[in-house]
Design a protein around this ligand. Structure first.
Ligand SMILES: [Ca+2]
Length: 157
């Protein structure tokens, strides 16, 4: 099958300050391709970078501590499937049962500097089955299970 994914393991490392606040979330990937070749890489998101970006967005944004709970399934995919509903509820702050695509897309640059929200929008459109530019829990779950954060992070999109 042409779309076969490489096997990977991922570890989340949270760095905290003396007040026990998370100051950085790091995701470390170890990947083995079909030839048995190993590749190690990581992505990190800092509170500072997140808050700086959040300050430029006119809409209300999640505090960093909650954002990390969204980031976890986004970056870990099926390895953090249990966190998908919690992440969805955080993003669906007004409890409409759907989340706005632009709310997720707005934060792509903190995951990968230079990543454009359009990259994510393109992928999201593939899981947005009813094409309403919003994601329900089912569509969001499909998105996460595709390992979307990791795909963006390693520039495979
Ligand atoms: Ca939809």
């Amino acid at each position: 099958m042409a779309t076969q994914r490489n096997e990977f393991q991922v570890e989340e490392i949270l760095r905290r300050n003396p007040a026990y606040q998370i100051v950085e979330a790091k995701y470390q990937y170890q990947e083995r391709n079909s030839n048995g070749k190993e590749r190690v890489y990581g992505v990190k998101v800092s509170r500072q970078a997140y808050e700086e970006l959040a300050a430029t967005i006119s809409k209300p944004t999640l505090p960093f501590d909650k954002f990390v709970k969204v980031l976890r399934p986004l970056m870990m995919g099926t390895h953090a499937a249990a966190y998908i509903p919690g992440a969805f509820n955080l993003l669906d702050s007004d409890n409409t049962g759907t989340i706005d695509i632009s709310e997720i897309a707005a934060f792509m640059p903190v995951i990968v500097p230079g990543a454009s929200p359009h990259m994510l929008l393109r992928i999201i459109q593939k899981v947005d089955q009813n094409r309403d530019y919003k994601l329900n829990l089912n569509e969001f779950t499909n998105l996460i299970k595709r390992g979307i954060g990791r795909e963006i992070a390693i520039g495979r999109m």
